[in-house]
Design a binder for this molecule. Structure first.
Ligand code: ADP
Ligand code: MG
Ligand code: ZN
Length: 480
């Protein structure tokens, strides 16, 4: 029998606010354990939560960018469960009436222009603390609790079960990641857990319209692991069914070392959590004006910007996609074009030399020492024939090191391209005289030797001879 995988993702997006969702403690990652806590996030009796307005603004931005409706009156609920990293014994979350509902993302998939993936809801909630085991936990080798992360704001983005393969799941996830980092509401750091996902996976016979029983794989924190975890889980379920077994609804854990998933606990149902409205927080009322103000302030989103690069600047789709990988990269590109650079050329340099240099040094475009204006100036020097494309790379390296303008470097180091015919002619004469044998070979029909002469002339001119002129003159002279 053939099976159709079905996947729905629940993504936790940690918000980049300065302070926590219900108190004024810092959200800075990596501080001394428990140094960023107060009675509210420690869950001390009598301490009262106050909602951070920034969190609401970020949630609205996320909702509008994923085509959701913003709920005019949303409420907070208590999700009750016991775990040592949860000091209150409940997590403040949203259950009924979450802030954003019924959105979607269009993802590119093979064989189709776009596929619409429904977003069921986006809700706000607080994160839990962290358990620390072994040495770091303090004296002895027991376990400790670090509550710095407790009460850190999260958005949970829940998709419809619309994804049909691990590849689709990863594309969707990457697109969501791009949007939240682009909006500046999440730092996107998956290793630190700022963007993590639970993958719900089931399989059903091809052609069936009844979804199979799902397993939920918890907290997968890289794109690669999401793909691995889903693929393993699909195969596990198919094998089990083929062997006559039945899938049980459960929560599973992905083990990156073995690439497998294993059962953690049977799936809890909503009623297990005894959700009820949190009496300490009033309903959140969001006016139409607030939503509209937010909409006005939204930046141009990655998809829109890609399309504009294609339509207005004539970029190929591939280039447009690469150049909108981050907002900073897209800004850099546009600044280069605004400074007079040819769009395709600016794009090529960013995707080539600049990306290579950034990767070599392990930095990102935000700290690129060559400014977009300088890049455009460099391209102009190539366009006008002032320097050759080859020398341009030398100039670029020097710009990177010294931060100097390209013209200055060209002048200081005498890198002007030589297009002067008599100067090049005299170099060619010398080289032909010194390599009489090769001249004979060429004239005898061995055309490959031509490349040797080009190389010699370029070398003798230290790369400065204009290659077009060199080629023309050489052809003429070698003919004899
Ligand atoms: P819970 O909070 O209990 O995990 P939901 O019912 O909200 O609950 O579903 C969570 C996720 O599971 C959603 O992303 C949804 O798309 C996905 N999902 C639901 N049913 C299936 C299924 N049969 N196969 C795969 N994913 C599913
Ligand atoms: Mg879930
Ligand atoms: Zn606090």
């Amino acid at each position: 029998m053939k099976y159709q995988p079905v996947i729905g993702l629940e993504v936790h997006v940690q918000l980049k606010t300065d302070t926590k969702i219900f108190c004024g403690c810092s959200t800075q990652f990596g501080a001394e354990p428990n140094s960023q806590t107060c009675p509210v996030c420690l869950g001390l009796p009598g301490a009262l939560p106050v909602l951070n307005k920034k969190v609401v603004e970020f949630a609205i931005k996320a909702g509008l960018s994923t085509n959701c409706s913003i709920t005019p009156r949303s409420i907070f609920a208590r999700k009750n469960y016991f775990y040592p990293d949860l000091p209150k014994g409940y997590q403040i979350s949203q259950f009924e009436d979450p802030i954003c509902q019924r959105g979607w993302l269009d993802i590119p998939v093979e064989g189709q222009e776009n596929k619409r993936i429904g977003i069921t809801r986006i809700h706000m909630e607080e994160d839990a603390g962290k358990l620390v085991h072994g040495e770091l936990s303090g004296p002895g080798d027991g376990s400790g609790v670090d509550l710095n992360r407790a009460c850190t704001p999260l958005l949970e983005v829940v998709s419809e079960p619309d994804l049909r393969s691990s590849d689709e799941a990863v594309i969707y996830l990457k697109q969501l990641h791009q949007i939240v980092t682009w909006l500046g509401i999440c730092d996107g750091n998956m290793e630190e857990g700022s963007f993590r996902c639970d993958a719900n996976v089931s399989v059903m016979p091809v052609g069936s319209d009844t979804l199979g029983t799902r397993a939920e794989i918890k907290n997968v924190n890289s794109f690669k692991f999401v793909k691995q975890a889903i693929e393993y889980e699909i195969q596990r379920q198919i094998d089990l069914i083929e062997d006559g077994g039945t899938i049980v609804q459960e929560t599973r854990l992905f083990d990156p070392n073995s690439g497998t998933t294993r059962s953690m606990r049977s799936k809890e149902e909503a009623h297990d959590y005894r959700y009820f409205p949190d009496p300490d927080l009033v309903p959140l009322v969001i006016s139409n004006e607030w939503v509209e103000r937010s909409r006005q302030k939204l930046p141009e989103l990655p998809g829109q910007r890609q399309q504009r690069f294609i339509d207005d600047l004539g970029l190929p789709r591939y280039d447009a996609e690469v150049l909108t990988a981050s907002r900073a990269l897209a800004d850099y590109f546009e600044a280069g074009v605004a400074a007079g650079g040819n769009a395709k050329a600016v794009g090529n340099w960013i995707m080539g030399e600049i990306t290579r240099a950034l990767n070599d040094r392990g930095t990102s475009i935000e700290t690129c020492p060559v400014t977009p204006v300088q890049l455009a100036q460099l391209l102009k020097l190539i366009d006008t024939g002032t320097i050759s494309g080859k020398i341009a790379k030398t100039v670029f390296d020097e710009m990177w090191q010294s931060g100097k303008a390209p013209q200055t470097i060209v002048e200081e180091q005498g890198l002007l391209q030589v297009s002067d015919i008599s100067a090049i002619e005299s170099i060619i004469n010398d080289i032909m005289a010194a390599n009489a044998g090769q001249v004979e070979e060429y004239r005898g029909g061995k055309e490959k030797v031509f490349g040797f002469f080009v190389g010699q002339v370029m070398k003798a001119s230290k790369g400065k001879a204009n290659p077009t002129v060199v080629n023309e003159l050489l052809l003429n002279k070698l003919k004899g």
